[in-house]
Design a protein around this ligand. Structure first.
Ligand SMILES: C[S@@+](CC[C@H](N)C(=O)[O-])C[C@H]1O[C@@H](n2cnc3c(N)ncnc32)[C@H](O)[C@@H]1O
Length: 193
């Protein structure tokens, strides 16, 4: 499938998400709207990073666009689904699939686009923001604190505080847009100078 970093066998997120993806077969690999928006921007040459990628239609879209993609997830089931679909579409050579926990994974290069949808960890955000190339794009979507009204068991540390993530961007980023989306989520697209 790809490279595995660290010992993930009993990782609770791996077990939880592997179980969720167990009956994923047959679903469409739809790109996230942030991937559509980011890839439509004037971007530098360079690869795309998709964090907490899942069976990512966004990674497939970027690869179809001719970009190299690094896709990271703690779920090996998700990465296997992505692997298979990428082979079917003839873009597998453009994908680097990394089976890792984002708490410990570190970017070793820079990317024209960094995407993360459906995952929030402030330390991960702060650790990866510097991996966006000059003139590159950063797209992020995650639950806000409001989502806890409907989902009281959602841990607060998985949720964006008011103004985040835009409020956490270094000064050389400009927010293209940040908006609330249905389901108690916030979506941000930003560009580095
Ligand atoms: C809500 S899904 C989002 C998937 C995809 N990005 C999307 O927008 O459809 C959350 C993803 O985060 C991954 N994930 C959860 N905890 C993780 C961790 N600690 N390290 C890496 N990936 C993680 C899960 O395996 C799952 O694929």
């Amino acid at each position: 499938m790809g490279e595995t970093q660290g010992e993930l066998g009993g990782h609770p997120d791996r077990l939880r998400w592997n179980a969720k993806y167990a009956d994923y077969e047959g679903r469409p690999f739809a790109p996230h709207p942030l991937a559509d928006a980011a890839l439509a921007m004037a971007l530098p040459a360079g690869p795309v990073l998709d964090l907490a990628c899942g069976p990512s239609g966004s990674a497939l879209l970027a690869a179809a666009d001719g970009r190299r993609v690094t896709a990271v997830d703690v779920s090996d089931v998700a990465l296997e689904l992505l692997d298979r679909e990428a082979r079917r579409r003839g873009v597998r050579d453009l994908l680097t699939l990394v089976h890792a926990d984002l708490e410990t994974w570190r970017a070793e290069t820079t990317f024209a686009v960094v995407l993360c949808t459906g995952f929030w960890d402030r330390a991960v955000f702060e650790g990866v923001v510097g991996a966006v190339m000059p003139a590159g794009a950063l797209g992020w979507e995650a639950f806000t604190m409001d989502a806890r009204n409907e989902r009281p068991r959602l841990p607060a540390e998985w949720c964006l505080e008011a103004g985040e993530p835009a409020s956490l961007l270094p000064g050389d980023f400009t927010v293209v847009r940040q908006e609330e989306v249905p389901g108690g989520k916030r979506r941000m697209l930003a560009r580095r100078a």
